[in-house]
Ligand binder design. Structure first.
Ligand SMILES: Cc1cc2nc3c(=O)[nH]c(=O)nc-3n(C[C@H](O)[C@H](O)[C@H](O)COP(=O)(O)O)c2cc1C
Length: 712
């Protein structure tokens, strides 16, 4: 943290230096000859000239008045442009802290070592991202956003990858150099005969080496100490050092710097940003990003360790009747497995819980309950990888009943694949017999888990009751929203509700409203449409839905406590000229608001799928007004339950191949909101269109943010 904070401060130094009037920005156009000529006309004698990494030219001269002075000059005129500036106090302080923590060699060692550790973290982080994305080839493909901190940790990691590697590598290199751990080298020049060459005396300004070398290439040039021919010009370039005869301009000796010296030079430039404002800004942003990595990394680890808490076993594995085996990468599945374990114990059952990788013989087991997540591309979590091979090796004397619960996410193509693999292996095993069919749970849905537990309890006749997790929310942080109006229930049990924040709040269509009904305080999110200063939500009332029932009973002026979550990945595109919105069911809500944002007459098309013509009633007024005001260019509604024209929204998209391809090609944007099932079907069709018409892949447009989604 110290290194990145001080690093951020130090990044300002080259930026401010480059902005100083002494910095010469066209060093690559001024030759040594031009400079030497100018200096010779201005001063009595020149001792040396050096060009700093920040493009300052410093000359040590004897003035016409006979004074010895050192100052910044302009190399074209030779004139003094300023006195040498001293490094500012803040930079001196930050440099010391950054390099050695004010602990001299010990501090230098710590900083160097930490830089090395950061390099290791970058390497392992890269491997983890590749593993997560399903291989190095997919390193830059779109990241599925499950958790904001994790998402930005990865995105920022990809963005800052190159500067991070450079900062750490050069940091390590500079430390090694300070501890003299790099190969040594000594600049040596061969002794040269100078006597006969002294005869062909030419003007310094006419030396071809001086005419052909620009100041951007040099570090220093030392002028001959006396007029004796054995005193030379010593020219230090970035890659070599030259000894030059002071009368003939002949190069008498060349010393090419070894790789170690060049690497030191470049390490310093790359690590400090000297000489380049752009690189210094990149370093500044990267230093900030390291602070974010620390914060998000810590937060994720903390969250994970909290979740990975596994209950203590009371019974031995050999005596337990119920064996719960868990496969989890980030701990969520443990949470569910623990709830189930607690419920069994509370019911007086002998249960034993462990990881899938420790699978073995269980002498008294009658029931096996397997709960596992899926990772990578349909692979096992790391604590479950060995299960299938262990299953083949392990032998049992008894028959065991089993149930498999898969935890996964519909956002991945291989939904709950590892649970399916396990289920298939158990099906073919003579010692195992299924209780209830494999159960798949999307996005850690508690309701789905409760349904499975109830089904399992019904089958086994063990009346367990799962304790709901207590909500982890700070009720004080919730804001008040007043109900402005609520529609009646539509034919398909959907309704709209208009809310207004009691206190001023910033929000936009596409953001999410998190509601926590008092009954269970579990978060439910609804996509927001913004009309004026009102929030419009579209809700489907489920028979036993706690939140949807609660919302459906609200009346005008009632107060709802909720929290707005910004969702910038699903806002109305700022620049696109053609925008296609695709929704089914209540997914129309954010689009009702976005239509209002189309004030500059861009082409806006809405494809919406609903059940029947009667389902449109509650939206009719808003949709009619949108068309009348020209904010919505075209509306296509697909009815899935009308006998005359049965069509799903994805069918409508499939008939518009040329149109879709054209919109994408013209940098248009497609927004999708509604059920995950619809999303998958639409994406499948879009992929076909993109492949056949544009010879590109879906992910190109996803990465380009031309396809935006918010499905549930
Ligand atoms: C990198 C990564 C890859 C995933 N791959 C899949 C997958 O292929 N199929 C799937 O159904 N779920 C996939 N998921 C979702 C997880 O299985 C799901 O979030 C699960 O509930 C996590 O449980 P855990 O916290 O116990 O590991 C993936 C999640 C991540 C972070």
């Amino acid at each position: 943290m110290i290194a990145s904070i001080t690093g951020s401060i130090l990044a300002f130094e080259p930026i401010s230096n480059q902005l100083q009037p002494f910095a010469i920005h066209n060093l690559d156009e001024i030759s040594i000859t031009e400079m030497v000529t100018a200096l010779q006309s201005e001063y009595e004698e020149i001792i040396d000239v050096s060009v700093t990494n920040d493009d300052f030219v410093i000359a040590s001269v004897i003035t016409q008045e006979g004074n010895s002075e050192t100052f910044y000059i302009h190399p074209s005129s030779g004139k003094k442009v300023g006195n040498l500036i001293e490094k500012e106090g803040i930079y001196k302080f930050a440099t010391n802290l950054h390099r050695s923590l004010f602990l001299k060699s010990t501090g230098r060692f710590i900083v160097g070592f930490v830089s090395f550790l950061l390099l290791l973290i970058i390497i392992t982080g890269t491997i983890l991202i590749a593993k997560r994305q399903g291989g190095f080839k997919r390193f830059f493909s779109k990241v599925v956003k499950e958790d904001a901190k994790q998402y930005y940790h990865i995105q920022l990691g990809k963005l800052c990858w190159i500067p991070l590697v450079i900062i750490t590598l050069t940091g390590v290199y500079l430390s090694l150099e300070k501890f003299s751990l790099l190969p040594n080298y000594k600049v040596t020049h061969q002794a040269v005969e100078a006597s006969e060459t002294a005869k062909k005396h030419i003007e310094t300004a006419n030396f071809s080496i001086f005419q052909n070398t620009m100041l951007a290439e040099i570090k220093t040039i030392e002028f001959p100490f006396s007029e004796a021919p054995e005193d030379y010009f010593l020219l230090e370039l970035k890659n070599k050092e030259l000894v030059i005869h002071q009368y003939t301009g002949e190069i008498l000796s060349v010393y090419e710097y070894p790789i170690v010296a060049l690497a030191s030079y470049w390490s310093l430039l790359l690590h400090t940003g000297q000489g380049s404002i752009i690189w210094a800004i990149v370093l500044l942003l990267t230093s900030f990003s390291i602070l974010y990595f620390m914060y998000s990394g810590f937060a994720m680890t903390l969250k994970r360790t909290k979740k990975q808490h596994i209950p203590k076993n009371i019974y031995k594995k050999s005596t337990a009747k119920f064996i719960i085996l868990v496969g989890s990468e980030t701990g969520n599945t443990y949470r569910f497995a623990s709830m189930f374990f607690d419920a069994l114990i509370a019911n007086g059952q002998k249960a034993f819980i462990t990881q899938l990788n420790t699978f073995e013989t269980y002498e008294n087991a009658e029931h096996l309950i397997i709960m596992t997540a899926t990772y990578g591309e349909g692979e096992a979590p790391s604590n479950a990888k060995n299960f299938l091979s262990l299953l083949k090796k392990t032998s049992f004397d008894q028959k065991i009943k089993y149930s498999v619960v898969g935890f996964g996410s519909l956002m991945y193509p291989d939904y709950c694949k590892y649970a399916i693999d396990i289920d298939q292996s158990l099906q073919g095993h003579k010692n195992f017999e299924a209780t209830i069919p494999i159960y798949k749970i999307n996005n850690q849905s508690f309701t789905a888990f409760e349904n499975w537990a109830n089904a399992w309890a019904d089958y086994t006749k063990i009346p367990i009751s799962i304790k709901k997790p207590t909500a982890n929310i700070n009720l004080k942080k919730l804001r008040e929203f007043k109900v402005i109006k609520r529609s009646r229930l539509n034919i398909d049990d959907t309704f709209t509700i208009h809310l207004q924040p009691v206190k001023k709040q910033k929000f936009q269509s596409g953001d999410l409203l998190s509601i926590y009904p008092e009954k269970d305080l579990i978060e439910r999110q609804y996509s927001i449409g913004k009309i004026g200063n009102e929030i419009i939500l579209s809700v489907k009332k489920h028979e036993f839905g706690i939140c949807s029932s609660y919302l459906s009973q609200l009346s005008e002026n009632d107060i709802v406590k909720a929290k707005i979550k910004r969702n910038p990945e699903f806002h109305f595109p700022k620049y696109a000229n053609d925008i296609i919105m695709i929704a089914n069911g209540t997914g129309i809500a954010p689009f009702l608001g976005m239509i209002n944002e189309n004030t500059d007459a861009r082409n806006l098309y809405l494809f919406w799928g609903t059940r029947t013509k009667a389902s449109t009633a509650i939206y009719k007024e808003i949709l009619d007004e949108s068309i009348a005001s020209d904010r919505l260019t075209n509306l296509h509604i697909s009815y899935s339950q009308e006998t005359t024209q049965k069509e799903y929204v994805q069918d409508a998209i499939a008939t518009q191949q040329n149109f879709i391809a054209q919109v994408l090609q013209n940098d248009g944007v497609i927004l999708i909101c509604g059920s995950v099932a619809m999303q998958n079907q639409v994406l499948h069709i879009l992929e076909t269109i993109i492949k056949s018409k544009l010879c590109m892949s879906l992910s190109d447009f996803e990465n380009n943010e031309q396809i935006l989604m918010d499905c549930y």
